[in-house]
Ligand binder design. Structure first.
Ligand code: FES
Length: 109
């Protein structure tokens, strides 16, 4: 029998609590419950769905769009993130992830 975890999603000032089975991605479960979150490729590449896990752990071995270092800091791609505990998630971290990963290569204007 698969486990189901409670995931609290903070999105655009709202707080949503959903149940996510261990074999479903957080993004899928959110969409299924009527909460539409940013997404595009659904394959762990584009980072449109980037979020920060503030509590708990996810399995996201397909998350190619975020570096191992950022994953350690809790950043996750929800389209390929499977819950491995109850979670708290802050959505819409695409810009933050971009800055952290690529910001150092850009010239400040
Ligand atoms: S939707 Fe592209 S990385 Fe998740």
């Amino acid at each position: 029998m698969s486990k189901t975890y409670t995931v609290e999603i903070h999105h655009q000032g709202g707080k949503y609590t959903i149940q996510v089975p261990e074999e479903q991605t957080v993004l899928d479960a959110a969409q299924a419950s009527g909460l539409s979150l940013p997404n595009s490729c659904n394959a762990g590449i584009c980072t449109t769905c980037a979020a920060q896990i503030t509590e708990g752990t996810v399995e996201q071995s397909d998350a190619m769009g975020v570096s191992a270092e950022l994953r350690e800091q809790g950043y996750a791609l929800l389209c390929v993130a499977y819950p491995r505990s109850d979670l708290k998630v802050e959505t819409e971290k695409e810009d933050t992830v971009y800055q952290l990963q690529f910001g150092q290569f850009q010239k400040k204007t």
